[in-house]
Design a binder for this molecule. Structure first.
Ligand SMILES: Cc1ncc(COP(=O)(O)O)c(C=O)c1O
Ligand SMILES: [Zn+2]
Length: 413
């Protein structure tokens, strides 16, 4: 019996062919589907959780341990992630909220996925972890690897932001800048042939990818458990997330689906993906009713954390299953949304503001009704990303140390 088990996890199921596997270390996707060149994402499944297996009032990620894929609490790695505030969005005449994930230990919701991924690495006895990331994911992984005492390698493109690199090295990670177009093959051979544990992107089969981590994305489910509690044991009508690779969109969908299946939530909210108009593979897939996400061309945007040529298909499946949608927003719309947040004292990065920009757009098109409860996921802090801030503000006035001098340039009573 699993009655007192730390986790109810039973195994991994292929989302393409339905094959099930025990709870094993599988970073290469479903072998049968990889062989056929098909989608091969694995998805953890659990002994059917009952209502009491979900935390009544979660204040940390690990309060949701029963439905996280970590059988042994001794392997848990935590920096205090989760338990972020749900703040009302001011300045909009609607019942809108932001789940303020910038308060996580390394300032983004990537802490949720990496806390779980690193804990699972320890459970399977792995001592070296790897990812490719230009930003939040990499910083989060390096922090959790440091906390767990694991070796950490991050593969970066040449244009990686200097601040993230410094932060990662501060946490003791090894960082290599890899020639254009060579990162993925290098990552794959290190994972498949050299024992490195990849922490990210559950997308084997998507765009010919050979690897991906099926455990970490479960961490995002805890966002849903917390929102459900914070709204007074109620699911919202809609959840809007900025989506790049798509792991979080799937995780949030799955979390609410679990709550509904356990008889706690009366519905699964519609999951809405906000993407940049400079690269919106999910919007493309939904508009053209594609069976699978196809790659799209991308170009520069302030929302670079969410620009991917190809979003993973689990995100598309979660959006479809929840009757959600995807919306593309321009940099200008993102800046307007960021200003709205700034007026509340909230500073999230431009990618995160894309969710609010998307919601405003859908409200304008009556695809969100004014009486609906909508939660934006404020995925990461603005402070790491200079593009968050307006570049076109007027110069700051210089004044002498007199009130009269100040009165010449601003209103002082
Ligand atoms: C702040 C922020 N928001 C959103 C995303 C997109 O997350 P996902 O790749 O899970 O869709 C990222 C990914 O790097 C991110 O850093
Ligand atoms: Zn399969």
């Amino acid at each position: 019996m699993h009655m007192d088990a730390y986790s109810l996890v039973e195994g991994l199921r292929c989302t393409n062919c339905g094959a099930t596997y025990g709870f094993e270390l599988m970073l290469g996707g479903c072998p049968a589907c990889v062989e056929k060149g098909e989608l091969a994402m694995l998805d953890p499944f659990y002994q059917t959780p009952a209502a009491q297996d979900f935390p009544a009032a979660p204040t940390t990620l690990w309060d949701g341990h029963k439905t996280l894929p970590l059988p042994d609490s001794m392997c848990r790695t935590t920096l205090g992630e989760g338990g972020s505030p749900l703040l009302p969005v001011a300045g909009v005449d609607a019942n809108w909220w932001i789940k303020y994930e910038a308060v996580n230990p390394t300032h983004s919701y990537k802490d949720r996925t990496n806390a779980v991924a690193v804990s699972v690495a320890r459970y399977f006895g792995r001592d070296k972890v790897i990812c490719t990331s230009t930003g939040n994911h990499g910083v989060a992984l390096t922090a959790y690897a440091a906390s767990a005492g694991l070796r950490c390698l991050v593969l970066m493109p040449a244009d990686a932001p200097a601040l993230s690199l410094q932060e990662m090295r501060f946490f003791g990670a090894e960082v290599a800048i890899v020639e254009d177009g060579q990162i993925v093959p290098l990552l794959e051979s290190l994972v498949l042939d050299h024992g490195w544990y990849v922490s990210q992107r559950n997308a084997p089969g998507v765009g010919g990818r050979k690897i991906g981590n099926p455990y970490g994305m479960e961490g995002y489910k805890t966002i849903s458990y917390e929102i459900f509690h914070q709204l007074g044991r109620q699911a919202p009508d809609k959840v809007v997330l900025p989506v790049g690779g798509g792991d979080a969109a799937w995780g949030v969908y799955k979390g609410f689906r679990e709550l509904r299946d356990a008889g706690l939530a009366d519905r699964v909210p519609q999951v809405i993906a906000a993407q940049s108009a400079k690269g919106a593979p999910l919007v493309n897939a939904i508009e053209h009713d594609l069976a699978q996400v196809a790659p799209v061309d991308t170009s520069a945007t302030i929302a670079f954390s969410i620009v991917e040529r190809q979003t993973g298909d689990l995100a598309l499946q979660g959006i479809r299953a929840s009757q959600g949608t995807a919306v593309a927003v321009t940099d200008q719309e993102i800046h307007q949304a960021a200003r709205l947040y700034a007026g509340m004292g909230v500073c999230v990065e431009a990618s995160s503001s894309a969710a609010l920009a998307g919601a405003l757009k859908l409200l304008g098109e009556s695809r969100i009704e004014r009486d609906e409860t909508v939660v934006m996921i404020g995925t990461g802090a603005g402070l790491r990303w200079p593009a968050t801030f307006d570049a076109d503000l007027p110069p700051i006035p210089r004044v002498a140390g007199t009130v009269a001098s100040l009165q010449r340039v601003m209103r002082i009573d």
